[in-house]
Design a protein around this ligand. Structure first.
Ligand code: MTE
Ligand code: HPA
Ligand code: MOS
Length: 776
């Protein structure tokens, strides 16, 4: 579709990219041989620590006696705020608004106040309960509405505006107001928060942790110790899932372990129990979204106003960019001519919410998808028809509210194809026929698209580094700033490097992310891991390749146009030399076989003051059709069929990408249907274990699940082998499930008012909607 040169020259034999290659650790994952931090053989003299936390939501500490904790058998030491030699801060954006350990003011239930070090983890954990702490309680703000009324914010409200929404609304022939509340979501990574700190000489510290952001852990550990960054090395081989929950929130635990390791001179491990992990680490932000929309008789939106209020918890953490991304995705795939979005970042006495797959995008999209459903319902139209009439155009109606021109819109073709393959129109008729004869089991179907902006909206974060060595035997050592959390980043980058040298993939060793090898990396986040690290690694490989070509030219007296890397060897005119032999020859010839590579995302420029410009290099696109059944007596639902078509550009590894699409979708469906976070009126999270918090399991995946990578996909931008990001966007395709459930309820209730089903659509929520209809 786009004018592209073939990515691989026809003479090349080895196909490392575009191939279905298993995750580098797949068999280790399955056999239980993949080492996570807790599996690393214990260093000698290892000590264990645990945290003591607040059991009130807001108050000042008036009395604290930890002597009983200290006296418990096995306890070695206690750490409180005043014992921290350097800074007592974990704010990722230098806001100084969140301490490692509470000094005086307690701000949420579960906030760490002190830490205990002991000979065993169970001793540390057990001892923590003997603390005697008294508080002077203060009034607590626990939810969005209360925070809004009190104007309690972690950062200033933001406004994004194009045109004149007020007069567009006033002039519009039809107008509708409503609201939708989207619940939070626990990351429920299988591996919880964990770190080991190993002290070295001269105050140095090695930290092995489960973090998406080793560089930030390095900085914050160094600051807490009062040392420069070069005293601290952070290493991450892999995480057992992260999903955004380890973008900022791994640092606190690493710091506690490092502080203990520093004062005792012994290695220290911390691993949070699941319940404590759920109470003491942040989640996806819940949002209250209000809308006011004006539209014509066909459902075309003429003017719209959104108000977002999100629960940030006690501190800013990443709430600013998350709230911004929600604003940037309030349009999803639709052209909204006159628009105002207001965003209120509410401060509450609950744990500080953080990044979660989609980073505010999903919440913003739920808002507009609800608007479209409501408009369609009012007009008695198929919501798909209203979606299509509002879609961004190719050459007109193609500018986002933040002023970015969309040049790569493929949704119209992609949806045409999905409509065909999913048989949407026919099935919609069949469902209507079924429903007319089925009072209890009701079906619903919905198609929703997703358009997701790729790049960190914080422009300076869009940089990456890599380090490549070739050893004398021709084996390759690969390192880069990205981290592996199960998403398949390492294998993809190894594919890129193997492709560059035209060697077998098993010649490239994937190594742990280490701040000593590649410095100053951003978090692996924003789905940009492969885009950025792939380019950096290729740049490093190309540097070495260039040196090798020069060496070969001299050695065989050939021109560089005669040198080719093919199938584990190098052809130079009539000469041929194996890659391994060349490495050795080059070494003997004193050629450097090591290089760094660097990449900065081009073309982006964005002004946070005016919220305008080009925050994203490109957009990822996809669409899904979901069919559901609800039981009107119990409120339960089943996802009976899902068809997904997703544009991953030219897929570097379709096996990995399929996993991301399926997994992202199911995680999104969990967020929107079963995963419910309940806090009581004291601010205590009541759903802090799998017994009360229901994540999807294999029984919850759609009964028919047709997932397809779009075969026409190409990235219009010059990304690594023209691939596209895949980590987060598929999660947002699950909005179709929620919409389908709401359609099913609407069909049962009749009338032209769409039910106001919030998320998650638990049986209780579905029954409440059904019975609200009964009362009217
Ligand atoms: N997939 C797995 N298996 N585990 C994870 O923790 N995190 C998601 C996504 N896919 C995650 C995952 C999130 S939130 C992001 S931002 C991307 O992976 C990050 O990796 P990438 O940039 O390499 O896609
Ligand atoms: N996505 C994920 N993480 C981030 C972003 C973003 O856009 N900005 C800052 N951290
Ligand atoms: Mo992902 S939420 O950007 O870590």
């Amino acid at each position: 579709m786009f004018d592209l040169k073939p990515a691989v020259a026809p003479t090349q034999k080895i196909r490392n990219v575009f191939a279905e290659i298993a995750h580098d650790s797949a068999s280790k994952h399955v056999l239980g041989n993949a080492n996570y931090v807790d599996d690393i053989p214990q260093p000698s003299k290892l000590l264990h620590c645990y945290i003591g936390t607040s059991d009130i939501a807001h108050g000042r500490i008036t009395f604290m006696d930890l002597s009983k904790v200290r006296q418990h058998p096995g306890v070695v030491k206690i750490l409180t705020a005043k014992d921290i030699p350097g800074s007592n801060q974990i704010s990722p954006i230098h806001m100084n608004d969140e301490p490692v350990l509470v000094d005086d003011l307690v701000q949420f239930v579960g906030q760490p106040i002190f830490a205990v070090l002991a000979e065993s983890r169970s001793a540390a954990r057990y001892a923590a309960q003997f603390a005697k702490i008294k508080y002077q309680e203060l009034p607590a703000i626990l939810d969005i509405e209360t925070a809004l009324a009190a104007q309690s914010f972690v950062i200033d409200p933001q406004f994004l505006n194009r045109g004149d929404s007020q007069s567009a609304l006033a002039k519009a022939p039809n107008r509708l107001q409503g609201e939708v509340y989207t619940g939070g979501q626990d990351h429920f990574y299988l591996e919880g928060q964990v770190s080991i700190a190993v002290p070295g000489e001269d105050g140095d510290m090695l930290v092995l942790t489960s973090s998406q952001h080793p560089t930030e852990v390095q900085e914050l550990v160094a600051q807490s110790l009062g040392r420069p960054a070069n005293a601290v090395t952070v290493e991450v081989r892999r995480m057992g899932g992260a999903f955004g929950g380890k973008e900022t929130q791994a640092a606190q635990w690493a710091i506690i372990a490092a502080l203990f390791a520093d004062t005792t001179g012994r290695p220290v491990k911390i691993r949070l129990d699941r319940d404590d992990d759920m109470c003491s680490t942040g989640k996806r932000h819940d949002f209250l979204i209000r809308y006011d929309v004006g539209y014509d008789a066909d459902g075309r939106i003429l003017g719209i106003e959104f108000t977002h209020a999100l629960r940030c918890g006690i501190s800013a953490d990443l709430s600013g960019p998350i709230a911004d991304r929600a604003m940037f995705h309030s349009d999803n795939a639709y052209y909204l001519p006159d628009i105002t979005i207001s965003s209120y970042r509410c401060k509450t006495n609950t744990v500080s919410n953080t990044a979660f797959r989609g980073f505010g995008g999903p919440q913003g999209m739920v808002g507009i998808e609800r608007v479209i459903d409501a408009v369609a319902h009012q007009l008695g139209l198929d919501p798909l028809a209203v979606r299509r009439i509002n879609m961004y155009g190719k050459d007109e109606r193609n500018i986002t509210p933040y002023g970015m021109k969309i040049k790569d819109n493929v949704l119209n073709e992609l949806i045409d194809e999905l409509l065909e393959s999913s048989n949407y129109l026919r099935r919609r008729e069949q469902i209507a026929a079924f429903n007319s004869n089925s009072p209890i089991i009701r079906k619903g179907i919905a198609l929703t698209p997703a358009k997701f902006g790729i790049s960190f909206t914080t422009t300076f974060l869009n940089q990456a580094g890599a380090l490549v060595h070739i050893y004398k035997d021709g084996s390759v050592h690969l390192n880069h700033g990205g981290t592996e959390m199960g998403q398949g980043l390492m294998i993809k980058i190894a594919q890129v490097v193997a492709e560059e040298f035209q060697i077998d993939l098993d010649q490239v060793k994937v190594t742990a992310t280490n701040t000593g090898k590649v410095p100053n990396a951003p978090a692996t986040a924003a789905s940009a891991g492969t885009d950025m690290n792939g380019m950096a690694a290729r740049a490093a490989a190309r540097k070495i390749k260039k040196r090798l070509v020069k060496f070969v030219c001299k050695k065989f007296a050939v021109d560089k146009t005669d040198v080719r890397f093919v199938d584990n060897h190098i052809e130079a005119g009539k000469h041929e030399i194996s890659f391994a032999n060349l490495a050795e020859q080059a070494w003997l010839g004193r050629i450097s076989l090591s290089a760094t590579g660097f990449y900065r995302t081009p073309k982006i420029n964005y002004d946070p003051q005016t919220m305008s410009g080009r925050p994203f290099l490109y957009f990822a696109y996809g669409a899904a059709v979901s069919e559901v059944e609800i039981d009107c007596l119990t409120g339960e639902h089943r996802i009976t069929r899902v068809d997904i078509l997703y544009d991953v550009g030219q897929s570097l590894n379709p096996a990995i990408d399929m996993g991301q699409i399926e997994g992202g979708f199911v995680q999104g469906a969990g967020w929107l249907t079963t995963e419910e976070l309940c806090w009581d009126d004291k601010g205590q999270l009541r759903t802090h274990a799998p017994s009360t918090y229901k994540i999807p399991t294999c029984g919850d995946i759609p009964e028919i699940f047709n997932v397809k990578i779009w075969d026409k996909g190409r990235n219009r931008e010059n990304t690594i082998h023209r691939s596209k990001a895949v980590g987060e966007p598929p999660l947002m395709l699950a909005i179709s499930v929620h919409s389908a459930i709401n359609q099913a309820i609407a069909g049962k209730l009749g009338g032209d008012q769409l039910p106001s089903l919030n998320t998650p659509a638990t049986p209780e929520a579905i029954l409440n909607c059904l019975s609200a209809g009964d009362k009217e």
